[in-house]
Design a protein around this ligand. Sequence first.
Ligand SMILES: [Zn+2]
Length: 237
Amino acid sequence: MSDSPFANMHRMELWSTFAVYLLAGWSSVQIASRLEVTPKVYFSWGQAVREVVAEECPDLHQWWTTRHYRENLQPPEHIAAQQQAVVTWIETMLNAQHATCPRCGGTRTYRNKGVRPNFKCDPCVTCFSILSGTPLVGMIRPELWVDFVKEVMDGQSIPDLKRRSGLGMGGSTRWREQFLLLIEELGHPELLQWITWMRSRRNNEAVSFVRQGGYLDKATRSVYPQGTRKGRFVSQK
Ligand SMILES: [Zn+2]
């Protein structure tokens, strides 16, 4: 042990748990409070685990490091499948041509024109949306949902989401919350954990990007008509 990276470190019984949390993408705050270790201990254990992994499991080290620094956002297979399931669920809902009436249970229903999956039941003259009861009910611009949720699943920040979607800060925040809720309701907790990991690393990435001379625009692109926001004109690109 004396010439291993863990030489002179204490509380050996916690090392393996620490390594599992670190490799699973838990943030420093989560790990430090769960294991009741100080930031200094967290840092030196983190160094030691990385050295051991680099030495003993170079493939895992390579995989983990590229994710941790967001050089590669490709998740493990089972999480990629969950991401795909979320996208497919949204697309299926938006493209649905048939629905069962929630009032009479009948299937003689017709889809209204438009992007929203709104239906009308012929026999009982009821109008309904198949998104009722889901987190997406009442959200505008369904044509932006799939691209938006993909960004959320890659752990992009609110300014990133705003920049790419053209929604406002408030809109981007709300949309992200609704999509996270949807992912939870669809039963993908591992995907939520993946998002937490990737999101926790995004600020770090953005800061290094800017330090190295990269340019992040001020996210002024907007989906709202010009001139409607408190007299401020927003350039449409
Ligand atoms: Zn009906």
